[in-house]
Design a protein around this ligand. Structure first.
Ligand code: ZN
Length: 48
């Protein structure tokens, strides 16, 4: 599990998945709706 920070609204959200390092993987922010690149907005890497 990873913690992502939205580059627009700065809210943090959890992201589940092992494919996080694939280039071009995007996530839509649950707060403001902006979609951003996952791999460039990781703030923390959880082991579980
Ligand atoms: Zn956002």
């Amino acid at each position: 599990m990873f913690l992502l920070q939205c580059p627009k609204c700065k809210n943090k959200m959890r992201y589940q998945g092992k494919d996080i390092y694939l280039t071009g993987k995007r996530k839509k922010c649950v707060y403001c709706g902006k979609s951003f690149k996952v791999n460039s907005n990781i703030t923390k890497n959880y082991k579980n």
